[in-house]
Design a protein around this ligand. Structure first.
Ligand SMILES: [Zn+2]
Length: 44
């Protein structure tokens, strides 16, 4: 499964996420602080 490196633009937390977690984060926001995030906050 592909994993991505998510970096929150607000709390700066970096989290490795899988595809479903990436989709959930895009839908619900940062899992740490709840800020809404965009595709650009994920790197392979
Ligand atoms: Zn955050």
């Amino acid at each position: 499964m592909t994993s991505y490196e998510f970096t929150c633009p607000d709390c700066q937390r970096s989290i490795t996420v899988t595809d479903p977690m990436r989709a959930a984060t895009l839908a619900n926001g940062c899992p740490v602080c709840g800020r809404s995030v965009t595709e650009g906050n994920f790197a392979l």
